[in-house]
Design a binder for this molecule. Sequence first.
Ligand code: LUZ
Ligand code: MOS
Length: 752
Amino acid sequence: MKNIDSYTHTRGESVYLDDIPTLTGTLYGMVFGSPLAHGKIIHLDISEAMVSEGIVRILTYKDIPGKNQIGGIVPDEPLMAEDEVHYNGMPVAFVVATSVEAAAAAVKKIKIEIDPLPVITNPRVAKANGSLIVPPRTFKIGDINKAFAECKYVIEGTAETNGQEHLYIETQGAYALPAENGAIKVYSSTQGPTAVQRHMADVLGIPMHRIEVDVTRLGGGFGGKEDQATPWAIFCGLASFLLKKPVKYSLHRMEDMRMTGKRNPYTSDYKIGLDQHLNIIAYEVEFYQNAGASADLSPAVLERTLFHTTNSYFIPNVTATAYSCRTNLPPNTAFRGFGGPQGMFVIESAIAKAAEHLGISASVIQQKNLVKTGDEFPYGQIIESEAKVCWDKLHDLNDIKKLEIEIADFNKKNILYKKGISFMPICFGISFTKTPMNQARALVHIYTDGSINISTGAVEMGQGVNTKMIQVAASIFSISPDWIKLNSTNTYRIANTSPSAASATADLNGRAVQVACEALLERLKTIAAESLQCSVTDVEIKEEIIFINGQSADMSWKDLVMAGYLKRISLSEHGHYATPGLHFDMSKEKGHPFAYHVFGTALTSVTVDCLRGTYEVDAVQLVHDFGTSMNPMIDKGQIEGGLVQGIGWMTMEEIVFDEQGRLRSNALSTYKVPDIYSVPKNIDIHFLDTQNDNLAIFKSKAVGEPPLMYGIGTFFAIRNAIKAFNPDSNIEYAAPMTPEKVLLGLYNTKND
Ligand code: LUZ
Ligand code: MOS
C-alpha cells in the first residue's frame, strides 16, 4: 500500500499547522528570549515595546494563573524566566500583536538588564562542579576488575559526539482558540499531544478535560517535538485564555534553532579489555551527557545510552556509569535514537582503537563478539539475536576479501584519494524505557454505509504511521483501505497518549487498532451467523464478501454493517493495548525493558580527497532485520532517511556554541545537513525476513530509529581512509568528522 499522504503531499495539499485557515481577529505571538546564557535579571523594560504599533499585550511569568513550570521528568523548567536566566534564548516574555511583523518589531524594543553569572558549556566542567541534573546511574554485569586482570589487551580512550539540530522542515508552532466556559482548543505541531495538554493545564491552572489538543500531521519531528513542542503551545494557549482571542505562533527558523534543544552531546571515557582470542571480556565506561540548562528528557536519554552501552555485542563484564550534566545551553532533548547512538559510538570507538592497536581490522573483533540468542545484556534482559544472521548475510552478498584487496590496490595507486570501509552492526531495544508509557488506545467507528473512521494516539510526522493503521484495520476486516479514514490525533477522542516516539508508535497504536477491530469483527460475525443461521466460527469475511464455510453468502460488508445497526449492536469500539511482559527495577538496574530488539549490519565505503579533506560516501549496503515488513516501501524510506540523518550527524552537521553559550551555527548558511549531493551514491537495502514470533504489529518490526545508527559506520570508514593516507594521523574519536577535521587529520601526526 502506498503512503496515503503521497497524493496530497505531492500536490501541496497536506495540512500542516501553518495551513490551518486562521479566524478573523487572530493575534500573533512571539517570544522574547534571554540575550545572555546565565545571569540574574535586574530589570525587564517593556515600556517602549508596549507602545509599539499593533501591540496587544506582553506576558511575563507574572501573568501565569497556574504554575510557571513545564518540566516533564524533573520540575526544573519555568515556562518564562523569573529572576534568573539559564541559557541564551530562554523565554522571558511573550509578545502578542495584531500581526507577525508587529510582534517582531515589539520584541526588538524589549530591554533587559542582566547581571551575568559564569557560563558553563562543557559537561565535564559541570560534573566537576557537582552540577548534575539527576544522580548518576550505573549498569553492571560481572566483575570488571577480575576480568581486566585476565585480559591480554587493555585499551583506554575518549570518544565524543556533538549535538544535532532536528531541522524538521516544519518549525515549531501552535494555534490556540478560546472555547466556551474557559476551555481551549489548540492545534500544535507536537509528537506528544498529551504532554501539551498536561502542562498547559498546570500553567493555566485548569483541569486537563478543558484542553483539546489536535494534531493533523507534522512536517517532521525526529524527537524535537516530543517534549519541546509544549512551550509554544502553552504560550498561545495562555494568551488565548487571557485575551479570549485566537493566538498563533509559528517560529522562524532562526528562532527555532536558537531557542530549542538538540541531540545531547556526549563525551565519554572507556577502557576495553580483550583476551587472546579477541573476545571482549571487560568494558568500563563513563558517559558525560550535556543536558543543557534543564532536565527535559535528558534523564530518559541517559538511560537509553546505558541500555545501548554494548551495542550488538555480548560482553560478560561491564560497568557503565552515566552523568547528566547541567550546562548553560538550551535544554537538550530527544533525537532519533534517544541516547542509544551516543552510547554505541563509544563502544565502536573502543573496538576501532583496539583493532588499530592490534593492527587488525575492527571487523574481526566486531564479528567475534556479536550477541547470540540466550546472551544476557548488562541490564538483565536475555536476547533473541539476529546479529549474526545479518552480519553473515551481508558477507554472503559481498566478497569482502576481494573488496579489501581492491581497496588496498586503489589506495596504493592513488596518492591523493584514499578509500576506506567499515562495518556497523546495530542492536536497538524497542519500547519506551519507562514501562508505563508502553500503552496506547484506538477508537474505531463503523458508519452505516460501511465506511470506517479511526482515531489513535499516533501522530503522523512523515513516518507513514497512518498508512500502517489503515492497513491493520483493512486486513482484519478484509476490506479495501478506501473504506477507512484516519482522523487527526486529538486528546478529546484519545486520552493519555504516550508521545509518538521510541520507534514504538505503529506497534502500540497498531495493536490498539487491532484490539478494537477484532472486537468489532467478532460482533459482526455474530450478526452474520444469526441472519445466515450458521455458527460464528463458520463465518469469514473475504474481500468485503461474507463467506460461510468457504461458500460465498449473499451478503456484503455493507449489508453486514447495516444488519448490525438494525440489530442495535455497537458499531464503535475503543481498543486498549499495553505491551505484555515488560518490567524494570531501577533499584537493581535489571529487568526486561524491551519488547524486542532490532538488528542489522551496514557496510560503508567512502573515498577521501586527501588534498581537500572532502569525502564522498560511495556506497552503503545493509542487511536489516524487518521481521515481516507490513509495508516495505514505507520501511525502506525510513531506512534511507535514518541512514542519511545518521551520516549527517557523524560527518557534516556541526553545532557550534561559543564560550558565552551563544549558538554560532544558527542558520542553514552555517549549519550544513546532507543534501542530494552528499548522500551515498548507492544505498542498497536487503530485507532480512524473519518469521520468528515477536510483539511487533503483524510481526513487522519497528523501523523508526534503528537505521540512524548505520550512519556511525561512515565515521569509521572515513577514519580508515585517513589512516590509509597517514598511518600516524592523530585524528581523534570525535564526531562530526567535518572536512576541516579530516584535513587536519590527514596532515597531523601523533607527535604534533
Ligand atoms: N522517548 C521516551 C523516547 O520518552 N522514552 C524512550 O525510551 C524513548 N526512546 C526513544 C525515543 N524516544
Ligand atoms: Mo523520538 S527520539 O522517538 O521522539
